[in-house]
Ligand binder design. Structure first.
Ligand code: SF4
Ligand code: SF4
Length: 306
């Protein structure tokens, strides 16, 4: 009989080997599709939708129109390979038809065993660098059975495991996943629930509640604070975060400041989605430094970048 690792399937956006971000040492980062939040500044908008989707790289397009010929909705192509994305059924026929690599498929179905097999290839590098695997997204807990089986498989191979999460998860499923997690990278985006909802689509209560419950269950937890100009870069918000951590997240001392970047903008164009975030002003190094100093003064270990 096949085990769960072989039978549980999920949708993977990408697998990035030899990453030195998203945890310690050399890591393989597995990006899963699907996210319950819709952060306006999202750096990976192609990860938000659970199912695979098409991406179009305009700068690679040679306007040969092979994609329009093969597409069941070919009449929807207006110029170059540009499609009315709303009517794309995601059949992916155009991906193979394009000789220029201008059309790509974001997301492919894999079994947990296939993912673990790829992760295992670099075990020697993890062992020598203190690295391992990181499950990222999207939000990995949108595919709870898949995430669980990848982590279980990696643990059984003696691989260090980290997950990046927005924390907006069903606790029953999330707590099962945590049993196989060594390092938890946990995003807290805003301490005010209504402001949180305005820019991410959800209130923050579940996220804060899950953070409190998760902290005692994992060996190591790092809070990640994406610093978004005009949204959460106020000193008041940073102070509220520091006080929450000190009062409620016992033993969690590290917070990583992740300054805003606009990489999501071009990615949105590729998937035919508007980029909803309007940058009110550039994030200054001085403001990041002020946040750093404030959090430090509250007794936290602060890293810029993380
Ligand atoms: S097949 Fe590729 S290169 Fe040709 S029009 Fe379509 S996207 Fe452009
Ligand atoms: S994936 Fe979308 S654009 Fe490509 S052939 Fe199918 S329906 Fe047409």
């Amino acid at each position: 009989m096949k085990n769960n690792e072989e039978t549980v399937l999920g949708t993977v956006l990408d697998i990035e080997r030899f990453s030195v971000h998203d945890g310690r040492g050399i890591r393989t980062v597995v990006f899963l599709k699907g996210c319950p939040l819709k952060c306006e500044w999202c750096a990976n908008p192609e990860s938000q939708q659970l199912k695979p989707q098409i991406g179009f790289f305009r700068d690679k397009c040679a306007a040969c129109m092979k994609c329009a010929e093969i597409c069941p909705n070919g009449r929807l192509f207006k110029e170059q390979g540009k499609l009315d994305f709303l009517n794309c059924t995601g059949c992916m026929k155009c991906v193979d038809a394009c000789y220029y690599g201008a059309r790509i498929q974001y997301g492919r179905q894999m079994s947990a065993a296939e993912v673990v097999k790829i992760v295992k290839r670099d075990k020697v590098f993890y062992d020598n660098s203190g690295g391992g695997v990181t499950l990222s997204g999207g939000e990995m807990s949108m595919q709870p059975g898949f995430a669980l089986n990848i982590l279980k498989g990696c643990k059984s191979e003696g691989i260090h495991t980290a997950v990046e999460t927005c924390g907006y998860s069903n606790w029953e499923q999330f707590s099962k996943i945590l049993e196989y997690v060594d390092m938890l990278l946990y995003d807290i985006k805003h301490m005010d629930s209504s402001i949180h909802k305005a820019k991410t689509g959800v209130l923050n209560a579940l996220i804060l509640e899950n953070a409190i419950k998760a902290a005692p269950l994992v060996k190591e937890m790092i809070i990640r604070y994406p610093v978004i100009p005009g949204f959460n870069d106020s000193l008041d918000n940073a102070l509220a975060l520091a006080r929450f951590m000190k009062a409620k997240l016992k033993g969690v001392k590290r917070v990583d400041l992740l300054p805003y970047h606009s990489m999501g903008l071009s990615k949105c164009e590729r998937i035919g989605k508007p980029y909803p975030f309007t940058l009110p002003y550039e994030l200054s190094g001085e403001r990041v430094q002020q946040l750093y100093e404030l959090l430090k003064a509250e007794g936290l270990d602060v890293i810029i970048g993380g």
